[in-house]
Write a new protein. Structure first.
Length: 494
């Protein structure tokens, strides 16, 4: 018997080794696919965000009033339209991602054109926010002088506002086809041009703050033009077949998905910005507010990396679901979540270990450094939670759950998080720490709910049995059939 069992044990060991090697190979392949989207997405976000910082830096050499005006116009007015239109463009990750996976390439160009139409129309609807920026800012408590100057700058930033309606869809369109190197090069060129023009016009031609705003407009439109040329001039021959009248059909359904995406992302991106607004009413000192601003700045930079995983997860899940590979979509989600969590743990470790030094980049004030040190533990755990949540939101985008996640965000963030934060900050007098921890509770609840839905979702049953047959039969509008019939709350594992 011993002679018979030994060969069987050896065979089992060899089989286990092969399975282990196969799993490692699959993970490595999936990681490369994820980073092909996440890496360029992170770089482009940082590059485009840096343009705003550079504009603020050059405006700071003009006058304090000019610096305040350009800062408020970009961080308040622009941020609102930026967040909403960026979220609306995420609908293309669902539609184009699934169309690409289903090899319905010709529909991708039509979806792109629909996105342009819908986002451009929404940009027009958002125009009053720019035209009446001065009275709006006065209502928020800004001085008359700053509000008036910021209102003038906001009007000159309207071209930048309209660039969002074209650039964001173009980026998603290219990401879904893994043509991300184009986004990197275009972002890099736009950033270099912006730096050179800002230096020349501010230092050599002595233009005012209006000139810096025009330069920012011009740089963003360079990026739009670069992405557009790459799209229509043969780089995407399968997915771009020219302008089509089909783009004007199905606009209402497209708008509903885009609006759900916009609301979902805005509710997330604006959430912790509320901290700064509400903290002014919690009897906080200027030092505490300065420390909070530094922590939010660190969190914002880290969020750009995590938003790269958000984009990558949405693309990978959409590609696999479009191809009918529910199991592969689940595997991509697992790998992306693990990778994102590892990155989050790395940031968590850095914040905890170097909490005494992390704020030195922003200030040398001993009082502010001490205040940041007190907030660093909360910041570290906020960053850790933020490493999981974008991947779960990416799954929602890839599979078309945006509307459901928007409702979840409203409940968790604004019905649980904000009231609990105000209760701890105002009623129990825990100050900024209590306000932040209370709001963090909303993030915890949201993450737990999305994790539960993702874990219980029966990918294979839904997509292989229901959606994919619809996709193949309705050739002309493949992805609508997939999207409009997805309900994760009804497709759970029994």
């Amino acid at each position: 018997m011993r002679d018979l069992t030994e060969p069987l044990q050896l065979l089992n060991q060899e089989e286990q080794l092969r399975e282990k090697d196969s799993l490692i190979e699959r993970v490595w392949i999936e990681l490369k696919k994820i980073w092909k989207v996440a890496g360029p997405a992170i770089f482009s976000r940082i590059a485009m965000f840096s343009m705003t910082l550079i504009t603020q830096a050059f405006a700071g050499h003009l006058s304090n009033l000019d610096l305040a005006a350009i800062s408020i116009a970009t961080t308040v007015i622009i941020t609102i339209s930026f967040g909403f239109l960026l979220g609306m463009a995420s609908a293309l990750e669902t539609l184009c991602g699934q169309a690409y996976g289903a090899k319905q390439y010709h529909m991708m160009g039509i979806y792109l054109q629909r996105s342009w139409i819908v986002l451009f129309a929404c940009s027009i609807l958002l125009l009053p926010m720019y035209l009446f920026a001065t009275p709006i800012l006065k209502l928020t408590g800004q001085s008359d002088e700053i509000a008036k100057k910021s209102g003038i700058v906001a009007i000159w930033l309207i071209p930048l506002h309209f660039s969002f309606a074209f650039q964001f869809p173009l980026q998603r369109f290219l990401q879904c086809q893994i043509k991300t190197f184009v986004i990197v090069w275009v972002s890099c060129v736009a950033l270099v041009v912006h730096v050179i023009m800002s230096w020349f016009f501010v230092y050599k031609l002595n233009v005012g703050v209006i000139g810096t705003a025009i330069i920012l407009d011009f740089s963003w439109w360079i990026a739009v033009l670069g992405l557009f040329v790459c799209t229509v001039c043969g780089w995407c021959s399968n997915s771009w077949t020219g302008f089509s009248i089909q783009a004007f059909s199905g606009l209402w359904e497209f708008f509903k998905l885009s609006a759900a995406s916009g609301v979902m992302l805005c509710l997330e991106s604006w959430y912790f910005r509320i901290l700064i607004i509400v903290s002014g009413n919690v009897n906080t000192s200027e030092v505490a507010l300065g420390a909070l601003s530094i922590c939010i700045s660190i969190f914002t930079w880290e969020s750009m990396i995590m938003l790269g995983f958000f984009a990558a997860t949405g693309v990978r899940v959409a590609n696999e679901l479009g191809a009918g590979n529910g199991k592969a979509a689940k595997f991509a989600t697992t790998v992306a979540a693990t990778m994102s969590l590892i990155v989050g743990l790395l940031f968590w470790f850095v914040i905890i270990v170097f909490r005494n030094q992390v704020a030195l980049i922003f200030t040398s004030s001993p009082l502010v450094l001490t205040a940041v040190n007190k907030l660093s533990v909360i910041l570290a755990f906020t960053i850790l939670l933020n490493s999981i949540q974008p991947v779960l939101s990416g799954v929602a985008v890839g599979s078309g759950w945006q509307a459901i996640v928007a409702y979840i965000n409203i409940g968790c963030y604004y019905i649980i998080g904000v009231p609990v934060g105000i209760l701890m900050g105002w009623v129990f007098h825990f100050g900024i720490e209590g306000l932040w921890v209370g709001m963090l509770s909303g993030t915890v609840v949201q993450t737990l709910i999305l994790t539960f839905i993702t874990l219980k979702f029966n990918w294979k049953k839904k997509y292989l049995v229901d959606s994919i047959p619809r996709l193949k039969k309705q050739g002309d509008i493949p992805c609508e059939a997939v999207i409009w019939h997805v309900d994760p709350l009804k497709v759970m594992v029994d």
